[in-house]
Design a binder for this molecule. Structure first.
Ligand SMILES: *[C@@H]1O[C@H](CO)[C@@H](O)[C@H](O)[C@H]1NC(C)=O
Ligand SMILES: *[C@@H]1O[C@H](CO)[C@@H](O)[C@H](O)[C@H]1NC(C)=O
Ligand SMILES: *[C@@H]1O[C@H](CO)[C@@H](O)[C@H](O)[C@H]1NC(C)=O
Ligand SMILES: *[C@@H]1O[C@H](CO)[C@@H](O)[C@H](O)[C@H]1NC(C)=O
Ligand SMILES: *[C@@H]1O[C@H](CO)[C@@H](O)[C@H](O)[C@H]1NC(C)=O
Ligand SMILES: *[C@@H]1O[C@H](CO)[C@@H](O)[C@H](O)[C@H]1NC(C)=O
Ligand SMILES: *[C@@H]1O[C@H](CO)[C@@H](O)[C@H](O)[C@H]1NC(C)=O
Ligand SMILES: *[C@@H]1O[C@H](CO)[C@@H](O)[C@H](O)[C@H]1NC(C)=O
Length: 572
């Protein structure tokens, strides 16, 4: 017997948040410091219910493996302990994502010697064309989990530093842009990798030249890209954006980000695809922070033209990717303060947490005027803010009860929602080597940001199937604590994303229709209609009741087959 429940508007849930806190003895939002990472968490991705893979570069880390310093490690969220992972190539400033079969791929990196031969890594080989393979690893402590790393056997078509990697509708990866080797700051015409390529390869492995990436030079590194619910890809780089049709190899030009604001490296803002909801799954993109500094500069100008004290942009720009929404263009809102290098975290209740970054300056290491040590940025922003996408315009930002940390997370930091439902925050190292005793030292301390639900009784999801096909109903067991009303039920299917350089590639939240049984013990859920609304691959399923969120349970969405996979489910 099923009681029908409609998905409650997130705006109502938002208003309930405070009532929950006061009625149930929650400690509210809290920063909690827990252990150290041993490598700088420059990139991070949740690779199992208890493990987060951290990826760095070898510039003096204390954590050792096989007789040398480590530059990757598995962080165990149960023990708050780290286990080194061996690598053979330099991963510095790469990216990654899961494939449809559950394997995680890390792409790109740096040559062993960079900056015109002035810097050679003490260990590690050329990594700029690397494709590294982390097969699904089921040991909860990460024992015997390995990262395959041998470019002589498997590599990208083009060398890439500062590219983004995302999973697309056929379960493959699209690798977007970057440059061939290190430059001081901007992308340069002689180094640009202004192309797209795929893994497994399409087009016989030939990269596709991108007119968009050509146009968005020179601040077009780490393009922010999302798979849209029709299978196309939204990309923003510098102050420009497009929708790219992978199947037709065509681009549709969207309006520029307003007010000259630029949002990709080294002018890092961040971007997120807002939660997708049934029945229409209308895609909306939110782009926040960055700078309105001109891009009509070269790497020779930055020492005179740019300063670590230049104010970052407080602008968030939002667009609805329907013909009417594109016609209307970007809608501008303002954060409480400017941020360069912020990150956005999708929360299972549909809100967006904006966190980390600095109030002034730029990304990258050294080069601008008034550097702080080697940091191009200053005035770390240490209080997060929530953005409620479904609140009324002008009333979407809220920082009631959000705490302040004393740990700066500026360049080369990373962050992720964990399956436990809290937020893992680590890294920060705006220095060429491991450096201590400066204002922005190499940061190994881990901090969790715990939402209010972490300190009260939470709903529990049980007997969640390991795999679910598209457009299928499935039933899970639930336990709902007595203190929660059940008028508001949200079931979120999430890709937690891959965090690198102020961007979570492949990050996604799809709300699912769900009915709770009258005895509140069973939940009947409908999986996403097709593989374009949720690109096939691993996900975490979260249940939020009365704005209190369960732990996330891992689930494979789609057949779990090796990509490219054919279309599955029903197209809307
Ligand atoms: C929740 O309650 C705690 C303790 O009373 C308070 O410190 C915190 O600010 C509250 N959080 C919210 C989001 O209201
Ligand atoms: C943490 O892991 C290391 C090995 O990576 C191990 O030697 C140590 O005992 C562990 N510590 C705890 C508290 O589990
Ligand atoms: C992008 O620029 C490169 C280098 O100038 C050029 O070879 C390529 O044809 C351009 N691509 C497109 C699609 O315009
Ligand atoms: C985007 O940047 C380009 C290059 O600097 C500039 O010509 C253009 O006016 C900018 N667009 C807007 C809307 O500011
Ligand atoms: C550029 O951004 C700064 C910092 O937010 C702001 O003070 C300034 O007014 C902006 N300039 C323009 C032309 O929008
Ligand atoms: C980084 O450390 C290495 C090895 O200790 C050293 O050779 C190199 O000069 C250092 N680089 C910088 C930029 O400090
Ligand atoms: C929930 O119940 C309604 C009405 O009975 C039904 O139309 C819908 O398919 C159910 N949804 C799910 C996810 O089972
Ligand atoms: C997934 O596909 C990739 C690419 O073909 C392959 O390297 C990997 O071994 C596959 N993983 C599994 C679990 O089958």
């Amino acid at each position: 017997m099923w009681a029908s429940l409609t998905l409650l508007a997130v705006s109502i849930a938002f208003q309930l948040a405070h009532a929950v806190n006061t009625t149930s003895g929650s400690l509210g939002w809290q920063f909690v410091q827990s252990g150290t990472t041993g490598v700088v968490a420059l990139q991070s991705i949740v690779v199992s219910p208890s493990l987060i893979l951290l990826i760095d570069q070898p510039t003096g880390n204390p954590l050792q493996i096989n007789g040398h310093q480590a530059w990757a490690a598995l962080w165990n969220t149960e023990t708050n302990n780290v286990t080194a992972v061996d690598l053979s190539t330099i991963t510095f400033c790469g990216s990654g994502s899961f494939l449809s079969n559950g394997t995680m791929i890390s792409t790109g990196g740096t040559p062993a010697t960079i900056f015109d031969g002035t810097f050679t890594y003490p260990v590690g080989g050329d990594g700029q064309a690397a494709i590294r393979v982390f097969e699904p690893c089921h040991d909860p402590a990460g024992v015997s989990c390995t990262l395959f790393d041998d470019p002589s056997k498997l590599h990208l078509a083009e060398a890439r530093w500062y590219s983004s990697t995302l999973r697309i509708f056929d379960g493959s990866l699209m690798v977007v842009g970057g440059m061939h080797t290190a430059t001081l700051f901007f992308n340069t015409p002689d180094q640009a990798a202004n192309t797209f390529e795929f893994f497994p390869p399409k087009d016989g492995g030939a990269p596709r030249s991108s007119a968009f990436l050509n146009r968005s030079m020179p601040a077009n590194l780490f393009p922010r890209a999302f798979a849209l619910p029709d299978g196309k890809v939204f990309i923003v780089a510098n102050n420009q954006s497009i929708i790219y049709d992978i199947e037709a190899n065509t681009e549709t030009i969207l309006p520029d980000i307003p007010n000259g604001v630029r949002v990709t490296n080294p002018y890092d803002g961040t971007a997120t695809l807002l939660p997708l909801s049934p029945p229409d799954y209308i895609p909306e993109v939110l782009v926040c922070g960055g700078t309105n500094t001109t891009d009509q500069l070269t790497n020779d100008d930055i020492g005179t033209q740019l300063s670590s004290q230049d104010p970052a942009s407080d602008q968030c720009s939002r667009i609805t990717l329907t013909p009417e929404g594109i016609e209307k263009g970007w809608q501008v809102e303002r954060m409480p303060e400017g941020r360069t290098m912020p990150e956005t975290i999708l929360m299972p209740n549909g809100q967006v947490l904006i966190i980390n970054g600095a109030g002034t300056g730029y990304a990258a290491i050294g080069g601008v005027r008034d550097p702080v040590g080697d940091s191009n940025a200053d005035n770390a922003v240490t209080t997060p803010v929530l953005y409620n996408p479904s609140a009324h315009f002008g009333r979407r930002f809220n920082r009631d009860g959000l705490p302040t940390t004393d740990i700066a997370r500026v360049y080369h930091s990373s962050i992720s929602l964990t399956p436990n439902g809290n937020i893992f925050i680590a890294g920060s190292n705006p220095n060429p080597n491991v450096t201590t005793g400066v204002k922005f030292s190499s940061e190994y301390r881990v901090e969790y940001l715990n939402p209010p639900y972490m300190t009260i009784a939470r709903p529990v999801l049980e007997h969640v199937p390991k795999q679910v096909d598209f457009n299928k109903k499935f039933t899970v067991d639930v336990q709902v604590p007595n203190h929660l009303g059940t008028s508001s039920i949200q079931v979120a299917l999430m890709d937690l994303g891959f965090s690198s350089h102020a961007f979570h590639s492949s990050s996604r939240l799809v709300f699912l229709n769900a009915n709770l049984s009258k005895d509140e013990k069973k939940l009947e859920i409908t999986s996403p209609p097709d593989n374009r609304i949720y690109p096939p691959g691993p996900a975490y399923l979260f249940l939020t009741v009365d704005d209190v969120t369960s732990k996330g349970i891992k689930i494979m969405v789609g057949s779990g087959a090796t990509p490219p996979v054919s279309d599955q489910g029903v197209h809307l």
